[in-house]
Design a protein around this ligand. Structure first.
Ligand SMILES: NC(=O)c1ccc[n+]([C@@H]2O[C@H](COP(=O)([O-])OP(=O)(O)OC[C@H]3O[C@@H](n4cnc5c(N)ncnc54)[C@H](OP(=O)(O)O)[C@@H]3O)[C@@H](O)[C@H]2O)c1
Length: 328
């Protein structure tokens, strides 16, 4: 029986990973690791252990769900112990030696790994689930995207800010720079000299790698909104060829992991309240940009649970493919 460790098991993503292992039918011994603060806590009958240099001895696979600095610290220990790691942080995503994978899009890349496979950024996964069929059919050149990102995207602390502020509007924010209840904050990550945040760069940099489209341009604005869970995104994509919306709708309606919610006359469109706690990305509000007579520009709206498909479920899907291959 293989042993799977979850590093960061007490966090928003780590807890979800434990659920996803069961849902996706992955059998094995499971080891829960977190900081010394959590040692001894019990989650679903399993005691949490402090993550130390010895934690990975006898472990086959690691699901990483810690922030970058913590991940960079423990990764050499996991590598020394010979584990294969599927990591959720952004620490290794752009390393050319590390495949960056959304299984519905580039599953074959998994098997080029050298011990680490990276899970993409949550907004990037959700956007690309909505866009990869468009890219296959009509080749995307440029994307303009605005994200509406849930507080749980900032982990347990982000949920805590909204909880406290709903009870007491004067509560001091801890996860965010400003109150998030009854507000939106147009900043996720730090700004660079161009006024672009680290989160906003991810969709272009990671999108190019996942779609194998080195020329893809993405202009992104990331916004935190007072939604518990599920990110939404408004996307405008200009393609190389004119887009036939009927052909696109037909492809999306059969696309694995995608649900087409596109009936605006009946007020049917994607909303985060509907995508929460399930794995599909909902896509709708599909239309042409009427100001582009070439018909190459498409506008859409999508939503998906960023803790599930944007993080835990995607990582466990990758793990499942590794486990199946190893069992061959
Ligand atoms: N939340 C999302 O929607 C989302 C989506 C995609 C990707 N991600 C990425 O996934 C990772 C985890 O995010 P999250 O939202 O789950 O964060 P979180 O809720 O803050 O959880 C962080 C986890 O890391 C553990 N940890 C902190 N310091 C540690 C240390 N020194 N040694 C060992 N473990 C330590 C925490 O353990 P304690 O409880 O003991 O402190 C906790 O289990 C991050 O890299 C994040 O960027 C998150």
């Amino acid at each position: 029986m293989k042993t799977i460790a979850i590093a960061g098991a007490t966090g928003a993503v780590g807890r979800q990973m434990l659920e996803c292992l069961k849902e996706q039918g992955i059998k094995g011994n499971v080891k829960l690791l977190a900081s010394a603060r959590s040692a001894g806590k019990v989650i679903e009958g399993l005691a949490v252990e402090e993550l130390t240099e010895q934690s990975f001895e006898g472990v086959d696979y690691v699901l990483g769900a810690c922030e970058n600095d913590v991940t960079k610290k423990w990764m050499p220990w996991a590598q020394k112990a010979g584990c294969v790691v599927v990591d959720n942080s952004s620490a290794f995503r752009l390393d050319p030696q590390v495949p960056l994978v959304v299984p519905e899009i580039n599953a074959d890349d998994i098997f080029t790994h050298h011990g680490i496979i990276a899970n993409p950024n949550c907004s990037t996964i959700i956007a690309l689930m909505a866009l990869h069929d468009l890219d296959d059919l009509f080749k995307i050149e440029d994307v303009v995207c605005t994200t509406f990102q849930a507080v749980s995207g900032a982990g347990v602390k982000g949920i805590g800010d909204l909880e406290r502020e709903l009870k007491d509007p004067d509560a001091k924010p801890e996860a965010f720079a400003y109150p998030i209840a009854f507000n939106v904050i147009p900043q996720i990550g730090g700004f660079d000299e161009n006024g672009i945040t680290s989160e906003e760069w991810k969709m272009q940099n990671e999108g190019r790698k996942i779609l194998h489209s080195p020329e893809l341009n993405v202009n992104c604005t990331c916004v935190r909104v007072p939604v518990w869970r599920s990110h939404s995104e408004s996307i405008t994509a200009r393609c190389e060829k004119p887009v036939d919306l009927d052909v696109l709708r037909e492809k999306l309606s059969h696309s694995e992991g995608v649900v087409l919610r596109d009936d605006p006359k009946n007020n049917i469109y994607p909303m985060p309240i509907d995508t929460t706690n399930q794995d599909n990305v909902f896509v709708g509000r599909l239309r042409h940009d009427v100001n582009d007579p070439s018909g190459r520009t498409v506008v859409l709206f999508c939503a998906g649970d960023q803790i599930r498909k944007g993080a835990a479920s995607n990582a466990v899907q990758i793990l499942k493919k590794l486990v199946e291959k190893d069992a061959e």
